[in-house]
Design a protein around this ligand. Structure first.
Ligand code: ADP
Ligand code: MG
Length: 594
């Protein structure tokens, strides 16, 4: 075939394929235009999931006749004053959204600038532009898109159900609304229940509207500036994690993005607290010099490229870690709700008589009980260094000011029952101690090799040759962590010293577990990057097992230690280390509410 110049409308349809993927992408472009036009209120209406109708009305600056005529042309934009692409402060700039939409739908744009006495309208039907006609309207702009993809069966085929498309539109609105808390958003239509989010300019109010009061209660504020990167927003507590990423919102300079650097940074920051297949909820706002980021990487502008990706990554990780550390021992309030659910009294039966109360089994707890490696193994000296003179506690106890309260009793040789002011606090001593050991490990490692203690007699462990080989190879790294392992014949290793922090560790279990880890991890990968994972595995083995009876002063020592230790609200597997039940919740459980 000979080379030929493509006709204009075909060029537009090809471009539309990049910008306009589905109704939600049309909504995104139109609402971004309204925001760029300085709108205070944006009303979005859809029908048929946006396939039959998308209508976006704003009260922004509007367009005069000349602007209106140009706006639907390809590569027509008011947003690039000169020919530079490296200082972009508006959401749009490519000047192809309206032209692209006009190529694959019936588009009508009506506009009235503030200083005009009436409005004007232009229509585009599959790239054919109408003349400009008068239109009675308020100040601002109304864009209507009808029968999207009607002439593009290839696109129609890929659309999901109306319900799914309507949901995708709502997701786009959520992201834009979060980035613009000063704008009043209304989302309405026959295909959905209406949303009305007045904008008072406060991010906190908008987050409540979009993510729910539940999230706001279980999140901590982010505020860090580093390497010229300003990080703000709200980070969900690890115990409030989700099974998918829909509760993650990322913004760069006010633009909602999906960016690998940010995703990776958040994953890394939560790595210690949240299981790999869970997603922390987060609203993350990053501001950088517009010249330090390239947003022109992808037509939908949801991907970008940071000039200093490393700096951005470390600023985000620092911000999240600082916020979580400040939250310290806090655990999620939804955990208490789960516990309450488990205790709920049975319904009245049909005969009208209440059956005898039987407590539901404790399956309603937020997670499975901590694993009991090594069966009935009882730790004997795990609390070395934790106990403090009990006189000091009595002084504080009188004030009743401890967040985790004062220990009253131990249940099932693992759960500490404590009272603080108006709450009952239940602490999982095994999970809590595991976290404390892990944090101490990290602190020690930060200032040099971890202290070790000699075994009276070297512990000899028999295991397969490959495992022995891997341990031998890893020995120099393990030494830094206070674990001294040497080869002892072809199918055994000898352990001479163990990390002092672990007390009388279950050496056999520890070493076998590490060997499993070494086999699982890519052996070529630098072990140095795995130190945290190795420490986490070690912490499991030195921890106070459930089954250890504690004295009241030992329990209190553990609680005080938790209060002093960052992240102690979750064990290293992301499960809560304690739950709290308000007195009012207890009263509610017993039907005592007034
Ligand atoms: P871009 O946003 O990349 O400039 P668009 O095709 O989305 O390209 O819009 C073209 C132009 O039309 C914009 O630059 C702007 O001047 C004008 N425009 C579009 N929508 C609106 C609106 N809602 N209010 C005011 N002007 C608008
Ligand atoms: Mg635009």
């Amino acid at each position: 075939m000979p080379v030929r110049q493509l006709p204009e409308d075909l060029i537009n349809r090809i471009a539309a394929g990049e910008v306009v993927e589905r109704p939600a992408s049309v909504v995104k472009e139109l609402v971004e235009n309204a925001i760029d036009a300085g709108a205070n209120r944006i009303i979005v209406t859809t029908a048929g999931g946006g396939r039959t109708l998308i209508r976006v009305e704003d009260d922004g600056i509007g367009m005069d006749r000349a602007d209106l005529e140009l706006s639907v042309e390809r590569h027509a934009t008011s947003k690039l004053a000169d020919d530079g692409l490296d200082d972009i402060r508006t959401l749009g700039f490519r000047g192809e959204a309206l032209a692209s939409i006009g190529a694959v739908a019936h588009l009508s744009v009506s506009s009235r600038p503030a200083d005009a006495t009436s409005g004007l309208r232009v229509e585009v039907n599959r790239s054919r532009k109408s003349g400009i006609v008068p239109q009675a309207m308020n100040r601002g702009t109304i864009v209507e898109v009808k029968d999207l993809f009607a002439g593009v069966p290839a696109r129609l085929k890929f659309l999901k159900s109306d319900r799914a498309e309507a949901a995708a539109v709502a997701d786009v609105i959520k992201r834009l609304a979060m980035a613009n808390p000063q704008v009043h958003f209304v989302l309405d239509g026959a295909d959905r229940s209406p949303t009305n989010w007045p904008g008072d300019g406060e991010l906190a109010s908008r987050v409540m509207q979009v993510m729910g009061a539940d999230f706001a209660e279980n999140a901590v504020p982010l505020a860090t500036t580093r390497h010229g990167v300003v990080v703000s927003g709200l980070a969900g507590l690890p115990t409030y994690s989700r099974a998918n990423s829909l509760s993650q919102f990322y913004f760069v300079n006010g633009r909602s993005v999906r960016d690998k650097v940010l995703l990776g940074a958040v994953r890394a920051a939560y790595a210690d607290f949240v299981f790999r297949d869970r997603f922390p909820a987060i609203a993350l706002f990053v501001s950088v010099d517009p010249a330090a980021v390239d947003v022109n990487v992808h037509p939908a502008k949801t991907e970008l490229r940071f000039r200093d990706a490393g700096g951005v990554r470390s600023a985000v990780i620092r911000a999240v870690l600082d916020a979580l550390a400040a939250a310290g021992f806090r655990a999620s309030s939804t955990v208490a709700e789960d516990v309450l659910g488990a205790f709920r009294a049975p319904e009245m039966d049909g005969a009208g008589a209440a059956p005898m109360y039987t407590a539901a089994p404790s399956t309603g707890f937020a997670g499975p009980p901590p694993p009991l490696h090594g069966g009935g193994y009882v730790q004997s000296t795990g609390f070395a260094g934790l106990a403090e003179p009990s006189a000091r506690f009595e002084a504080y106890e009188a004030e009743g000011s401890y967040p985790l309260g004062t220990a009253r009793a131990q249940m099932f040789e693992n759960f500490i029952v404590a009272q603080n002011g108006d709450s009952l606090v239940l602490i999982d001593q095994h999970a809590a101690h595991e976290r404390l050991v892990y944090e101490k490990f990290k602190a020690q490692l930060a200032s040099g090799p971890v202290a070790s203690q000699m075994q009276l007699i070297p512990v000899v462990i028999e295991m397969p040759e490959e495992d022995c080989g891997r341990l031998e190879e890893a020995a120099p790294t393990l030494e830094k962590l206070g674990l001294y392992v040497e080869r002892f014949g072809p199918r055994a290793v000898a352990v001479r010293e163990t990390p002092a922090l672990l007390g009388q560790a279950d050496v056999d279990g520890l070493v076998k577990d590490l060997a499993d880890g070494l086999a699982e991890w890519d052996s070529t990968e630098a072990l140095g990057d795995r130190l945290d994972t190795i420490i986490a595995r070690m912490a499991c083995h030195g921890s106070v097992r459930s089954g250890r009876v504690l004295r009241i002063d030992e329990m209190n020592a553990l609680l005080r230690e938790m209060e002093r230790t960052p992240h102690s609200g979750q064990c290293i597997h992301g499960r809560p280390t304690y739950v709290e039940l308000k007195k009012a919740d207890l009263e509610r459980m017993f039907g005592r509410t007034r």
